[in-house]
Design a binder for this molecule. Sequence first.
Ligand code: DX5
Ligand code: ZN
Length: 229
Amino acid sequence: MTTNFRIAPSILSANFAKLGEEVDNVLASGADIVHFDVMDNHYVPNLTIGPLVCEALKKHGVTAPIDVHLMVKPVDRIIPDFAKAGATYITFHPEASEHVDRTIALIRECGCKPGLVFNPATPLDVLEYTLDKLDMVLLMSVNPGFGGQKFIPYVLDKARAVRKMINDRGLNVSLEIDGGVGPANILEVAKAGVDTFVAGSAVFGARKDTDAHGYETIIGALRSELAKA
Ligand code: DX5
Ligand code: ZN
């Protein structure tokens, strides 16, 4: 199993009135990736941020990878905009695209790293013909649309299944999980084969003014759990 674990705070739970500073602080506190949740009030019942905000973070000086999680339908129209705005990864839900293979190719052509996202109840069958074209598989451990929901445990079985598929095929695809992850469960998630951990409310809800950049304590707690894997 990989030991190259990455922590990806979801800015959905950040203070949007000072987003640049929040992202700087969380990265200076030890986070690896910026998880960027895009919601359209159509595919999911919530509305968040788009390419302008991604571009603003890049112009602000963010150099860490930006992991754009598209919870929008349709997806193709907006992909080049996010590529121009500086996205590193672009992940989408297969049921939100009429032509999954085409959308994966479009993300790649735009110079970004493609990933597929599976809701808790969505089967993994699409991976049979797509896994070797992906840089990331993202498993939702909550139903998408909101931060702060409870982790759904049966997703651990899916994580084990995807990890097996990746290893059996000898691929270098990241396995990411999103929803309800925190210090209490990150270790068992890692043991199921996940290497990249989205955490929104657990990270941004645990800011400490006594930490130099605000988030050292919580990111340290996540890392010390991961060190036991
Ligand atoms: C949910 C989003 C998540 C969310 C995770 O639709 O995709 O990224 O922000 O939030 P927490 O970690 O609070 O469950
Ligand atoms: Zn997300």
